[in-house]
Design a protein around this ligand. Structure first.
Ligand code: LFR
Length: 486
């Protein structure tokens, strides 16, 4: 059996195809193809080019096979959540919408009309977020787009369907629709009926590790497609080197997903008030987490500056922000920051129109400080709601390279921050395939040992000076008193 698998990992700004090889209880990665996945503004909304995505996936799979002289055992696909394609009798009914399209406001109003947010949360345990599939489907219903739909497939399932001819809904991603029962783990049919969505469009649910079927088209024909944690965040959590239940995680990319791994959902009103979500994890775990806006704040600000003729790079912005020790703080979970558009302007609106925010370095510093605030607030909420005090924060994903943000996070939370691997999502995707085809065995703990053996991790400890400021803020104590050991 070949020792390699192909991980297709579609992030909200870029996609990559990675050849992953398992040897001596370690995993090695070779990225063979990277491409843009960005949505396009069309006359008919913010849309994704599903055909181009499929073409890039196939091109990447072809390159991975060329780089694997002994062949590959399987292929797996993960992608950002909540977006989907509608299929009619003759294929796709138009290119899929992206969740940042403003249509979700209309859809959410329709959902709110039919079920209160409190009742919805008590049933499905998913955060109140306009992007959720349920709001997008409600808008499709209002626009008559469901009339000709035979099936709705979340993006990784859609690409999987095109590769294998089998339509399924992988459970981790299906949970982000807000239409799944988190306890029984099936579609919530009474809810689906109440929202006026047609039952016929919902495919059979499968768990990560299921063999979807042999690929029938393209360079990997004959090779099995495995359902992985097809929600990218589910795969990232598998690939996060967590050492126990009191390790919290932060998957840092376009979004910052910060949370803890639980055995059972928390569906209380207090949990809803904190807007923590109970997404389905691999091996029937619960990803109890919060969506913080993440690196989107910076990338969207860069787009605004580029439109004004100002070219910036993330590395330069981080370096410049590290030289500044002042910032303004704003709520990095505010829904006004969700849609595409003038990001510096919206941040200024949230942060009291401080003129210093005109400076990209100052704005970048303010973004990082505000993200660190949101992480600290969320960790406190996680502790209150789970009863477990997080002992360590494990940061994975592209954002784990941001040493300034990691240090600010350690200082603000008072926790040790472990950073890496940046490719946790591809690793988590590959490990679930590897287990399904018999290349590795064991629980998530065993799989994470492979991650720890393979990745170079860096540690950021809280600066003692920052701890004094934090404690004095928390307890209202005089810093001099705290310093004196009182
Ligand atoms: C991260 C992510 C988040 C989800 C958001 C939208 O890429 O998948 O988990 O809330 O994108 O799908």
């Amino acid at each position: 059996m070949p020792a390699s698998v192909i991980a297709v990992d579609l992030g909200a700004t870029s996609g990559r195809v990675v050849l992953c090889t398992l040897r001596d209880a370690r995993i090695g990665l070779t990225e063979v193809h990277r491409f843009s996945t960005a949505a396009r503004r069309t006359d008919d909304g913010l849309r994704l080019d599903a055909g181009a995505l499929l073409a890039d996936v196939q091109e990447g799979i072809g390159k991975a096979l060329e780089a694997a002289p002994d062949g590959v055992a399987s292929v797996g696909i993960d992608c950002w959540a909540v977006d989907y394609g509608l299929l009619g009798a003759d294929g796709l009914l138009g290119d899929p919408f992206n969740y940042r399209d403003e249509r979700t406001t209309r859809g959410k109003a329709e959902v709110d009309r039919l079920i209160s947010p409190a009742e919805l949360y008590a049933r499905v345990g998913i955060q109140d977020n306009a992007i959720n599939t349920v709001n997008q489907l409600a808008d499709d219903k209002l626009a008559g787009r469901l009339d000709a739909a035979a099936m709705f497939l979340l993006l990784p399932d859609l690409i999987g369907y095109w590769l294998t001819g089998r339509a399924v809904a992988e459970r981790t991603n299906a949970s982000t629709t807000s239409l799944l029962d988190p306890v029984g783990r099936g579609w919530d049919w009474p809810l689906i009926d109440r929202l006026g969505l047609p039952r016929r469009i919902f495919p059979e649910l499968v768990d990560p590790g299921t063999v979807v079927g042999p690929i029938t088209v393209g360079p990997a024909a004959g090779i099995p497609l495995i359902a992985v944690g097809s929600h990218d965040t589910a795969s990232a959590v598998v690939g996060a080197p967590l050492t126990g239940p009191s390790d919290a995680y932060l998957s840092s990319g376009t979004w910052s997903l910060i949370g803890m791994e639980l055995d059972a959902p928390i569906l209380t009103e207090a949990s809803r008030a904190s807007n923590l979500t109970n997404e389905a994890g691999v091996d029937a775990t619960i990803r109890y987490l919060k969506n913080v806006m993440g690196m989107w704040l910076l990338s969207e600000a860069q787009r605004t500056w580029a439109d004004q003729g100002l070219a910036t790079s993330v590395a330069d912005l981080i370096a410049a922000a590290a030289q500044i020790d002042d910032a303004v703080h704003f709520d990095a979970t505010d829904p006004s920051l969700l849609h595409p558009g003038d990001m510096p302007g919206r941040i200024r609106a949230l942060a009291g129109d401080d003129p210093r925010l005109e400076d990209p370095a100052f704005l970048a510093r303010s973004i990082f400080e505000s993200l660190a605030d949101a992480y600290a607030d969320t960790l406190a909420e996680l502790e209150a709601l789970t009863g477990t005090r997080p002992r360590r924060l494990v940061v994975v994903g592209g954002g784990s390279h941001n040493a300034l943000l990691n240090q600010l996070t350690a200082d603000r939370t008072g926790l040790e921050v472990s950073a890496g691997p940046a490719e946790a999502t591809a690793i988590g995707n590959a490990l679930i395939q590897a287990r399904a085809v018999g290349l590795v065995t064991g629980t998530l703990t065993d799989l994470r040992r492979i991650v720890m053996a393979s990745a170079e991790l860096t540690t950021h400890l809280p600066d003692p000076k920052a701890a004094i400021t934090r404690l004095s803020n928390e307890f209202g104590a005089d810093p001099a008193f705290v310093r004196a050991g009182g």
